[in-house]
Design a protein around this ligand. Structure first.
Ligand code: UDP
Length: 319
């Protein structure tokens, strides 16, 4: 089986590349950014990197023509982008996804579209089944541009599905692990990581009682690989994640304890970190029944174990 992973040089893409190579697939990746996260795979006889973007229809067309299956992971993600550069978020996530679907439709190739738990917004009725409502704020709040861009991508998937294209949608819940973003940037675990390594206080926003379901990337890529390789997933949406909820304050305590850092906890106001164009989500919990039943990923790694290997990795990785 030949597969294309758009954004294959990113965090989830690099782990998915490993997973698919281990399953004897031939893996092509399309990656406009650096290759730091996949440098250990370069030279593998079944791994090929193309340095380009999903915004280039020509290159996409020629790559999609050569493969059997497309995992579309390329996207602009990270709260700093939602509030700092909403144009790029919307442009790449909406138009790039259209390009991928257009090429896949031309050649009749299945697409696994990586979406997000952000599509549910702040729906208060937890846990969220895949057909739960989307509850979002005003378009004046830039934060919602990411959720909206991914929901547009999902709508495009279903529109193409109606025209006969096999598609599957995966919605990720706070995936973490080695190679996550880079220190001090992106998501909470890398922000805390940078602070821990410098023995600085961990900046907990608000009272820290907001929760997330932190999911180890090894579990996420098993589920993602299956979503593409199985036929019974066509036309489906899957929540990908654990349903074990952890508060941000508990996460901070756990990371201090595991790392042995002398960092303390500092409570900060949301506006100090993200300005006014941000609205936090209080709780985010998936219903994981469908993932467990259809994708066969039912034993998920405990958070503490995952944090240990992630902290270890960041300690040893020159940034
Ligand atoms: N957060 C925090 N301190 C920070 C950055 C983020 O307490 O320095 C909180 C943020 O308010 C949110 C949670 O951590 O409740 C997760 O944030 P992240 O940026 O990882 O992404 P999200 O899950 O909100 O998409």
């Amino acid at each position: 089986m030949k597969v294309l992973i758009t954004g294959g040089g990113g965090f989830i893409g690099s782990h998915l590349s490993e997973e698919l190579l281990a399953r004897d697939c031939e893996v092509f990746i399309l990656e406009p950014g650096g290759t730091k996260k996949i440098r250990h795979l370069i030279g593998h006889p079944k791994f090929r990197v193309v340095h380009d973007s999903v915004m280039d229809m020509g290159i996409l067309d020629s790559l999609v023509a050569q493969v059997d299956l497309v995992y579309h992971l390329a996207a602009v993600v990270g709260v700093e982008h939602y509030v700092g550069d909403p144009y790029q978020v919307l442009n790449v996530n909406v138009n790039g996804t259209q390009n991928v679907l257009k090429a896949a439709f031309k050649y009749g190739r299945k697409v696994v579209f990586s979406s997000t738990s952000e599509v549910y917004g702040r729906n208060p009725n937890l846990p969220w089944k895949e057909d739960a409502d989307r509850v979002l704020g005003s378009t004046r709040i830039d934060r919602w541009c990411y959720s909206t861009s991914k929901a547009v991508g999902e709508h495009f998937c279903f529109a193409y599905s109606k025209m006969g294209l096999p598609i599957t949608i995966t919605r990720y819940f706070n995936i973490f692990g080695p190679r996550l973003d880079k220190l001090d940037a992106g998501r909470i675990i890398t922000i805390f990581m940078g602070q821990l390594l410098r023995n600085e206080p961990l900046t907990v926003i608000g009272d820290g009682r907001q929760t997330r379901c932190f999911t180890h990337v090894a579990d996420a890529v098993k589920a993602t690989a299956n979503a593409g390789l199985q036929d019974d997933t066509n036309g489906e949406i899957f929540n990908i994640g654990t349903d074990v909820e952890t508060s941000i304050l508990d996460l901070a305590k756990m990371m201090i304890e595991i790392s042995g850092s002398s960092s303390e906890i500092k409570f900060v106001k949301q506006e100090e970190v993200y300005g006014d164009s941000y609205e936090d989500i209080g709780r985010r919990v998936p219903d994981t029944t469908r993932m467990k039943k259809l994708l066969g990923v039912s034993e998920l790694s405990p958070l503490e174990e995952g944090l240990r290997d992630t902290i270890e990795w960041f300690r040893n990785e020159p940034q």
